[in-house]
Design a protein around this ligand. Structure first.
Ligand SMILES: Cc1cc2nc3c(=O)[nH]c(=O)nc-3n(C[C@H](O)[C@H](O)[C@H](O)COP(=O)(O)O)c2cc1C
Length: 189
């Protein structure tokens, strides 16, 4: 009997930080680990990236805006995990406040209802992290169940964003740590 291989689905939400230019590395790592990656961009992230090249890499359309009401719904499989990387100051604060005015925030507004691991890797400067709104947002999102981790070099120094790199591996290690899903090697059905 031929067995179908089912891949676990990762929603990767990427925001408009300079470090987003390296998001292809995270896609490669995730695909190497057997994830089917669906990339969602904030509108700000689009300007940093070669979207057609990333669509070719993931094999899926990349959404960065809500559809027009008259357009049909896109197919998107259910997520087994959600990673937000890089997560900006703006998106973290808007997410915590309940805003939903980008497609990415629309997904994040529903994410606690999915019951899947949510891993967030911020890319922010040190001055931003001193703001009370940031501290409150991070505290509240963690309390709601998001795993928010700072890689080496983050938060980065003021004006040092162009030198910052993101700890992409950390995102997937954390997904694995908090995931209750079976190991990918067990996912042949
Ligand atoms: C070159 C460049 C680099 C940026 N890097 C960061 C960053 O590292 N972290 C951050 O929070 N915002 C950064 N920003 C500002 C965000 O793009 C801006 O706050 C935007 O509104 C974020 O939108 P989003 O959260 O919807 O992606 C950067 C902007 C530019 C032009």
């Amino acid at each position: 009997m031929i067995k179908a291989m089912t891949k676990r689905v990762l929603y990767l939400i990427a925001c408009g930080a300079g470090t987003v230019r390296g998001v292809g590395q995270l896609i490669d790592l995730a695909q190497d680990q057997g994830w089917d990656v669906w990339l969602i961009l904030t509108p700000s992230a689009v300007g940093f990236l070669d979207v057609p090249a990333l669509e070719a890499k993931t094999g899926h359309p990349i959404r960065s805006a809500y559809r027009n009401p008259s357009d049909p719904r896109d197919f998107r499989p259910k997520a087994d995990a959600v990673v937000v990387a890089p997560a900006t100051y703006n998106t973290i604060n808007k997410w915590a406040s309940g805003a939903s005015d980008t497609y990415a925030l629309g997904i994040l507004s529903e994410v606690f209802g999915y019951g899947v691991p949510i891993v967030v890797i911020p890319s922010v400067n040190q001055a931003m992290t001193a703001h009370f709104a940031w501290q409150r947002s991070v505290r509240e999102l963690r309390a709601a169940g998001a795993s928010i981790l700072f890689g080496p070099g983050e938060p980065h120094p003021l004006g040092g964003g162009h030198k910052a790199t993101l700890a992409w591996e950390l995102a997937l290690e954390e997904v694995k740590r908090v995931s209750h899903s079976p190991d990918l090697s067990q996912s042949c059905q």
